[in-house]
Design a protein around this ligand. Structure first.
Ligand code: GDP
Ligand code: MN
Length: 392
């Protein structure tokens, strides 16, 4: 699960991570009021920041610094409601519904700090780099040695000697070291306590007057751990998520929307991955990943099918099911009832095997609906790609 920058900063501040003074604003009036307060409290400038679940906002025009209240109001007016396009939003962009207005800081250096789960070692890894403000993927590609890494022993947090090691390797001046050590240990504590899968401070800054701040903050959480963090679950902003994915999550379907035009309905993540591969191998592009799960019932199958068909890009559907715990006849009932409800016109290719396959095929034949039956996965992929090409 993703959250907004302002929410991440609120969580981090509770752990003692220094963040600039500021407030979230839902409306222009609120943004004006926050600006007024910040200037009244002595700020020399403010930064107006779009709150969307994507990075790269600065380059896309979603982060603007203002020296006066008038300029801040102008920026807030422009950013609020804009369709912000960044390299992470896709070409359609994301509508800005909230702002964060913060006091600006006199930046000396921009550094990078991040914590992610390292699957190879099963531990969180703390990463730091002198190249702040840049995308870390770029740094990693050009000069992997420029990324400092320390693994966090589960339950022990980032140890002070590790934090000091990172602080020195970042080339921080002596006056920043003890503050940076506290900052990084607090960050690691927050990551571990909240079951975060990612914490990223980019940039982590030093100021000309000797202070340290998280100028930006990003936190993602492990969905499987959210049951033990009801307070974090409340921060979920469904309006930032893909509507079809939100719909799918209501029915416990593992659905990820993709850019192609071949809709896929598959059971089991492994088979779903293999299905996407073979569609590409046949010259097509999957419109989604959809794993209906091993134990899906008729209702889930019906909803899954409706979600698939409500994606305007889908030109043909491949249903690739190996009936194990999910029996093929259950699936067939779901498909028929969904097909009747949605009155679909698109070609549907079926590749069915496994438990109760004969009964399932019979249900489909007797439904009077038209399906293209395939024998093997390769056959199914070729048929569905051809069918998708034939539909405008
Ligand atoms: P992102 O583009 O989505 O990662 O958003 P950031 O919060 O990282 O902002 C992008 C860039 O705007 C930062 O790398 C900074 O260079 C700049 N920026 C953000 N806040 C301030 C600020 O308070 N003062 C100044 N001078 N620059 C800022
Ligand atoms: Mn950033």
């Amino acid at each position: 699960m993703k959250i907004h920058e302002y929410q991440a900063k609120e969580i981090l501040a509770k752990y003692g991570v220094a963040v600039p003074k500021g407030e979230m604003a839902n409306t222009l009036e609120e943004a004006i009021e926050v600006t007024r307060l910040l200037f009244a409290e002595g700020a020399s400038g403010v930064v107006v920041k779009a709150q969307i679940h994507a990075g790269g906002r600065g380059k896309g025009g979603g982060v603007k610094v203002a020296k006066t209240r008038e300029d801040a109001e102008l920026h807030a007016k422009n950013i609020l409601g804009m369709q912000l396009v960044t390299h992470q939003t896709g070409p359609a962009g994301q509508k800005v519904q909230r702002l964060l207005v913060e006091e600006t800081a006199a930046i000396d250096r921009e550094l990078y700090l991040g914590i992610v789960l390292d699957r190879a070692t099963g531990k969180l890894v703390f990463m730091a780099s002198q190249a702040g403000g840049m995308e870390i993927e770029e740094v990693a590609a050009k000069d992997p040695n420029a990324i400092i890494k320390e693994h966090i022993l589960p339950g022990f947090g980032l140890r002070s000697f590790q934090a000091r090691e990172i602080a020195f390797r970042l080339g921080l001046e002596a006056r920043y070291i003890s503050g940076a050590v506290k900052f990084m240990m607090a960050l690691a504590r927050a990551a571990e306590d909240t079951d975060a899968s990612l914490v990223e401070i980019n940039p982590f800054i030093t100021t000309t007057d000797g202070r340290l701040f998280a100028l930006d903050a990003k936190m993602n959480f492990d969905d499987n751990a959210l049951s033990r963090h009801p307070d974090i679950l409340e921060l979920r902003d469904i309006s930032e998520e893909d509507p079809l994915e939100v719909e799918a999550s209501k029915y416990n379907l593992n659905y990820i929307k993709l850019d192609g035009n071949v809709g896929c309905m598959v059971n089991g993540a492994g088979l779903a991955m293999a299905t996407m591969d073979i569609i590409q191998y046949a010259g097509g592009m999957p419109a989604n990943f959809l794993d209906v799960g091993g134990g899906a019932n008729e209702e889930q199958v019906t909803h899954a099918f409706e979600i698939l068909l409500s994606d305007q890009n889908v030109k043909a559907v491949l249903i690739n099911i190996f009936g194990g715990i999910l029996r093929v006849d259950t699936l067939a009932n779901g498909i028929v009832s969904a097909a009747r409800k949605t009155k679909f016109q698109l070609p549907i290719v079926l590749r069915l095997e496994g438990t109760n396959v004969e009964q399932g095929r019979k249900t489909l034949q007797e439904s009077g609906l038209k399906f293209i039956v395939a024998q093997t996965m390769k056959d199914a992929a070729e048929k569905v790609v051809a069918a998708a090409k034939g539909v405008q």
